[in-house]
Design a binder for this molecule. Structure first.
Ligand code: ADP
Ligand code: MG
Length: 707
């Protein structure tokens, strides 16, 4: 235990009670060790001192340092508007400095006629540079302190800055801290690993990350710390998976019987794609193994996940087990129910639907059928996992569109079966980039359907603005004249659903004027409607009686109308990339050429423009989700992220460090293959590191207990 690193931060010279409280509240720093892990998000080269005349527009927003003499100083304005203004100059020009807070402190520290190093971000005003709240120090190096070459820029907050803990002050505190703790930093990785992987030692890496002597030293430090962070998480997740597959028994389902064979030979309306066949085999491998399955099935929208799940349901039924399919919305559950009931019609499989709006009578009937085992497959929303729903012999559970279901729900499902946990198959159309999937679902086995059914034409995507609306309506008329159907989707803006609906209804009125009955029928569907009306509207569209469906994102996932060929997304800039891709996946399901039209306002942020360009340029969901992570990751300045299991990721950036993550996973796999329980003496450091990781972990649920 590194006791010195556990010392409360208030004991660090210059911090004290009041600042310690603020540090804890603002950036979560409570101990010496926490501060040591507060890592710069950027570095500037402090060996460079700028001349004032060199400062121009191109340097604004960057940190620069200037060596200049104070010419004038004084307080300008009164009351709340009072500010301290300084004029400084070097031999090339003059610069204005201003402080809106802390004027008295600065006044007392800076003397007219003396020279200082000023450090801050310049802006240009009337052709002159100025800086607000620069940091400053006399131009001498204090004996015994680390010489500064590359200086870390630390994230801080308004409140901390006002208490004298700006980025520069944090840097100073770090110097003090390092002087105290340098000998207390212990190695966390085994020596053989450090040597074999050519890693920097931990103490060296922590020194270099705060006070790098060169760019190379900084790179080595980053690599070591990122590796350690990602490696330990992977070691933990892979260890969990090993425990699960080796120790959690599951129902063995060895038989392939009447249900499966009849369906496969006579009812399957098409040939499975190669990817579908492979994934069915992978799942079946788990089902016969005698261990509990926990598998994630990833497949882009339209890749045909439903039929794969259904085939596995039939295998479960052949072995005398019941199955459940859980969908995130009533519409989706009902849709699954209808299409599956139709597919298995006359195979003798009994399928029921249970949602929040199922009548009491029906509910009771279902409860009985579940207990007696007469019902083979129950499809529903999370009503499925409510109290009171009891299965006679639940053996297989499918969770559709997992991102709406949390760990807790998986936990509840686990409690639904009596003897052993059911096999669990999580299906997602969100193409999670490999790096993220590894961190989020490192404990699950993953199957990927990476092939679309044959005959699909790539969806043609375009980006249009309000001025193109008349052309848009003309295009929709053409498509409808060819017998096709159209989706028009409005975003849901969380703050006010009422406003959203108003927005939607205004749009619907315009559409109704442009596409008047009786020639055209348009229906409106949104989340605030009673379920009955929603279902009725969806039914009109599904049956082809309505040509236009205007909706909020209730249709986001899973709705299947192969005759719909146009997806119009209104205010597309409001949607994230993955959501846009999901929506686009609603079309292109039949053999006809399909279209996706992104309608946006005229003014777009750069980021929104990139999103639209990405959508237009590719229909590959995996590519898009990687772009998405990059676009969003870029906005995340200090690169911290939360993994799906509550481990905090401080140093690595999942958007950018995918290669280190994969590498670290490979190393973790290698170690566990040789020493599955981490019992060898040379791995004892790893056991300790995992214990620390779990102590700090924020999730309250231990996944190994659940899945
Ligand atoms: P998703 O993976 O998005 O859930 P679905 O399971 O809803 O996809 O399938 C999309 C559509 O493709 C459905 O209409 C389904 O019947 C059809 N489909 C699935 N597999 C095949 C296949 N191998 N060949 C042809 N059509 C298929
Ligand atoms: Mg689906």
């Amino acid at each position: 235990m590194d006791s010195l690193l556990d010392k409360p931060i208030k004991y660090l010279p210059g911090i004290g009670e009041r600042r310690a409280e603020a540090l804890a509240a603002e950036i979560g720093v409570q101990t010496f060790g926490d501060l040591l892990m507060h890592i710069p998000f950027r570095y500037i080269d402090r060996s460079k001192v700028y001349k004032i005349a060199e400062i121009d527009e191109t340097l604004s927003t960057q940190y620069v340092q200037v060596r200049a003499r104070v010419r004038e100083k004084g307080v300008v304005g009164v009351g709340a508007k009072a500010r301290l203004a300084l004029v400084v100059a070097d031999d090339t020009g003059r610069m204005d400095l201003v402080w809106f807070r802390g004027a008295r402190f600065v006044m007392s520290k800076l003397e007219i006629g003396r020279e200082y190093i000023f450090f801050g971000r310049p802006t240009m005003f009337n052709g002159f540079p100025n800086m607000a709240h620069p940091e400053f120090e006399p131009p001498v190096v204090v004996e015994g302190q680390e010489p500064v070459r590359m200086q870390g820029i630390y994230s801080t907050t308004e409140r901390l800055t006002s208490m004298g803990l700006g980025t520069k002050a944090i840097f100073q505190a770090m110097r003090t801290l390092w002087g105290m703790v340098r000998n207390a930093v212990l190695e966390t990785l085994p020596a053989y690993l450090i040597e074999r992987e050519g890693l920097a030692g931990r103490a060296q890496a922590l020194h270099d990350i705060h006070f790098p002597a060169s760019a190379a030293a900084l790179q080595a430090a980053l690599r070591r710390l990122k590796f350690e962070e990602l490696f330990l998480i992977q070691l933990q997740l892979l260890g969990q998976r090993r425990v699960r597959t080796e120790k959690t028994p599951g129902y063995p389902m060895p038989k392939i019987g009447g249900y499966f064979n009849l369906f496969y030979r006579e009812r399957l309306p098409f040939a499975l794609t190669g990817a579908q066949q492979r994934v069915v085999k992978e799942i079946r491998g788990d089902m016969v193994s005698g261990h509990q399955m926990n598998r994630l099935m990833q497949g882009d929208v339209g890749s045909g996940k439903t039929i794969v799940a259904l085939l596995c349901v039939l295998i479960a039924a052949d072995n005398g087990f019941q199955s459940a399919i859980m969908a995130p919305t009533e519409i989706l559950a009902a849709q699954h129910y209808r299409s599956i009931a139709e597919l298995v019609d006359t195979t003798g499989l009994r399928v029921e639907l249970l949602t929040g709006s199922t009548r009491k009578r029906k509910r009771e009937e279902i409860a009985e059928g579940l207990l007696s085992g007469e019902i083979d497959l129950l499809i529903g929303t999370h009503a499925l996992i409510e109290e009171g729903v009891r299965f006679g012999r639940l053996g297989f559970v499918v969770i559709d569109e997992q991102h709406r279901f949390g760990v807790m729900q998986r936990a509840k499902l686990r409690l639904k079966s009596q003897e052993l946990p059911p096999h669990v198959l999580v299906m997602t159309a969100t193409p999670i980039p490999r790096t993220l999937a590894m961190t989020l679902y490192g404990d699950l086995d993953v199957s990927v359907i990476d092939e679309l059914p044959p005959g699909r034409k790539p969806i043609h995507t375009s980006h249009a603005r309000e001025s193109h609306r008349l052309r848009l309506f003309g295009f929709l008329r053409e498509q409808i004249a060819q017998g096709r159907q159209v989706y028009i989707v409005y975003p849901l803006i969380q703050e006010s659903e009422t406003l959203d609906v108003a927005n939607l209804e205004a749009g619907a009125e315009v559409v109704a004027r442009e596409f008047p009955p009786p020639q055209y029928t348009s229906v409106v569907v949104h989340g605030k409607m009673p379920a009955k009306l929603k279902d009725y509207g969806m039914e009109l569209f599904k049956s082809g009686q309505a040509q236009i469906l205007i909706s909020t994102t209730v249709i986001e996932v899973g709705v299947d109308v192969p005759n719909a060929t146009v997806m119009v997304i209104e205010s597309a800039e409001r949607f994230g990339l993955s959501q846009l891709h999901q929506l686009r996946g609603r079309v292109g399901r039949g053999g006809e050429q399909s279209y996706c039209i992104l309608m946006t306002g005229d003014k777009l942020t750069t980021e929104a423009r990139h999103r639209m360009e990405a959508m237009v340029s590719t229909t590959d969901g995996f590519r898009l989700s990687e772009l998405d992570l990059q676009l969003r990751g870029a906005g995340d300045i200090d690169g911290t992220a939360q993994s799906g299991q509550g481990f905090e990721i401080k140093v690595a950036n999942l958007a950018k460090d995918g290669d280190i993550l994969e590498y670290a996973r490979g190393v973790a796999e290698g170690i566990l293959a040789e020493d599955p329980q981490l019992q060898r003496p040379e791995n004892s450091l790893l056991v300790e590191a995992l214990e620390r990781l779990n102590r700090n972990k924020q999730a309250e649920v231990d996944l190994s207990q659940i899945s």
